[in-house]
Design a protein around this ligand. Structure first.
Ligand code: G
Ligand code: MN
Length: 260
């Protein structure tokens, strides 16, 4: 990309103001594949020429800039909470930049968005990374507790790929683990299969739900279902899609596998 340098920050802020940062949604199916329990909000940047830029191309700039990180979080949260009003009973997952958890007012910001949009707090699930915890553990724990007291759900994203997974499980109040797709894509191999079994057993033992990410084949879906995963997410069911496609899938979950 040409503008990955200094002016990417202002360009991204301009893109948000012009609604060129789009929020797409990917379903998280119940393990039997029969219904959509949740959706994950995933951002994409629509350039003037119509091409879509994936977040991995620009998220490192956001992650390093507190103003940009907050602007993007508010932007996606507002959009996702508004969109979720159309989908009764469905949880909406939103990825939150680790930097937000060293922001002492972050829980208040989320709470204000919930009040302004009218979404039930229990239908908002914030997806956090283990690194959310590293910059300022005390503030992060306080913020996460405030969010949960407001009724918001917390999911640990990309579980198993960080290096403090078990410590985080001990200290953080969580609702869900999302198994990283690195394990799912190799679950035909004994090592990955054993790790997946161990994560699910651990999560269930401490009362957490589990979503497997990156499910791309029927064989993977069957294995994960038999292993006791609660929810399945990945291209086998659906790629992330925009509204109105996601609304259509939610009205008729049978349409989801048809999109695989
Ligand atoms: O870090 P996180 O797990 O939130 O990353 C989600 C990213 O993974 C999104 O950009 C999404 O498009 C991508 N993704 C979702 N499902 C699949 C899948 O089945 N396979 C692959 N390779 N990528 C996926
Ligand atoms: Mn995620």
């Amino acid at each position: 990309m040409q503008d990955t340098t200094n002016n990417l920050g202002p360009t991204l802020l301009k893109a948000m103001r012009a609604s060129a940062i789009e929020v797409h949604y990917q379903p998280q199916m119940t393990a039997d594949g029969a219904s959509v329990a949740a959706v994950e909000a995933l951002i994409r940047w629509r350039r003037d020429d119509g091409t879509l830029i994936m977040p991995d191309k620009f998220i490192s700039v956001v992650a390093a800039d507190p103003i940009l990180a907050e602007s993007l979080s508010v932007y996606v949260l507002e959009q996702a909470c508004k969109d979720a009003l159309q989908w009764p009973g469905v949880t909406v997952g939103v990825n939150i930049e680790p930097l937000q958890f060293s922001h002492p007012r972050f829980a208040e910001i989320v709470s204000d968005i919930l009040s302004a949009t009218g979404l039930e707090p229990g239908r908002l699930e914030l997806e956090i990374l283990e690194t959310s915890w590293f910059a300022d553990a005390e503030t992060a724990l306080k913020v996460i507790k405030q969010l949960r007291a407001r009724g918001v759900k917390i999911a640990m994203d990309d579980f198993g790929t960080g290096f403090a997974s078990l410590g985080a499980l001990l200290d953080l109040p969580l609702d869900k683990l999302k198994i990283d797709r690195a394990f799912v894509s190799h679950c035909h191999e004994i090592r990955s299969a054993s790790i997946v079994h161990a994560i699910i057993a651990l999560a269930r033992a401490i009362g957490l739900k589990v979503t497997a990410e990156g499910v791309e084949t029927k064989t993977q879906a069957s294995f994960l279902r038999a292993a006791g995963c609660h929810y399945l997410q990945g291209y086998y069911f659906s790629r992330p899609v925009r509204d109105p496609d996601i609304s259509a899938m939610l009205q008729s979950p049978r349409a989801v596998s048809a999109c695989a």
